[in-house]
Design a protein around this ligand. Structure first.
Ligand code: AP5
Ligand code: MG
Length: 214
């Protein structure tokens, strides 16, 4: 099964993707995580996109489509979860073409719908394990032991450079201008499922499972 998790910054795409990976053996393809990894490893592409990401703008379609094409080549038995991709109509068309070229298709799109007001709190409270990628929140999902990742025991807990109110404002603008048209695009293709992303995490997880047929 190949699915897209669609939603504004902080909607819970990464959180739900990790739960699907664990429960269903799917492979998460987060273009945001791939771009951050490129920055950390200091590649030329990573250096090129750093300022764009910190300002909350979208990097070019060409770069992210290239990243996804590379990962699709590796295949995934349990299917792919596209997290934060596609974000433009050109990316959506490219994804359709890439899947078709492999004789595959998209099974479902799940939109995690949230209010803008909730997002500031989600984003400013978020931190992530630099070792295993587990996502936490100061209030709604703290670590059991302060400063230690519950999953892998690492002390390398980080906050993202773009997790501040100025970047978030720009990320939201980009979302409404360039990404939200995908809601209509996938609705017209009969693929769209909407889940209330403001519910607590376990309820969101249950509704995502329901949207995917249980
Ligand atoms: P990306 O990394 O994709 O960021 P984003 O879309 O802004 O989304 P986030 O990762 O911020 O949020 P999320 O929905 O994953 O929420 P999470 O689960 O972490 O992209 C970053 C940048 O890279 C972009 O701005 C752009 O520059 C570039 N980029 C990436 N992809 C691109 C593309 N395709 N094209 C062009 N440019 C691209 O949850 C957030 C917080 O809320 C966490 O603390 C979590 O614990 C908490 N939380 C989650 N669910 C709940 C809940 N139900 N209740 C309470 N708290 C919750
Ligand atoms: Mg994310």
């Amino acid at each position: 099964m190949n699915i897209i998790l669609l939603g504004a910054p902080g909607a819970g795409k990464g959180t739900q993707a990790r739960i699907l990976v664990e429960g269903r053996g799917m492979v998460q393809l987060s273009t945001g995580d791939m771009l951050r990894a490129a920055r950390t490893s200091g590649t030329e592409m990573g250096q090129k996109v750093a300022a764009v990401m910190d300002a909350g703008q979208l990097v070019t379609d060409e770069i992210v489509i290239g990243l996804i094409a590379e990962q699709l080549e590796k295949g995934a038995k349990g299917g792919f979860i596209f997290d934060g991709f596609p974000r433009t109509l050109a990316q959506a068309d490219a994804l359709g073409d890439l899947l078709a070229a492999k004789g595959e298709s998209l099974d479902a799109v799940v939109e995690l719908r949230v209010d803008d007001e909730a997002l500031v709190d989600r984003i400013t409270g978020r931190f992530t394990c630099g070792n295993c990628g587990e996502v936490y929140h100061d209030r709604t999902k703290p670590t059991k032991v302060p400063g230690v990742c519950d999953v892998c025991g690492s002390h390398d807990l980080k906050r993202r450079a773009d997790d501040n109110e100025d970047s978030l404002r720009q990320r939201l603008l980009e979302y409404y201008k360039k990404t939200s048209p995908l809601i209509g695009y996938y609705h017209a293709k009969g693929k769209l499922n909407v889940v209330d992303g403001l519910q607590d995490m376990t309820k969101v997880t249950a509704d995502v499972a329901g949207a995917l047929g249980g």
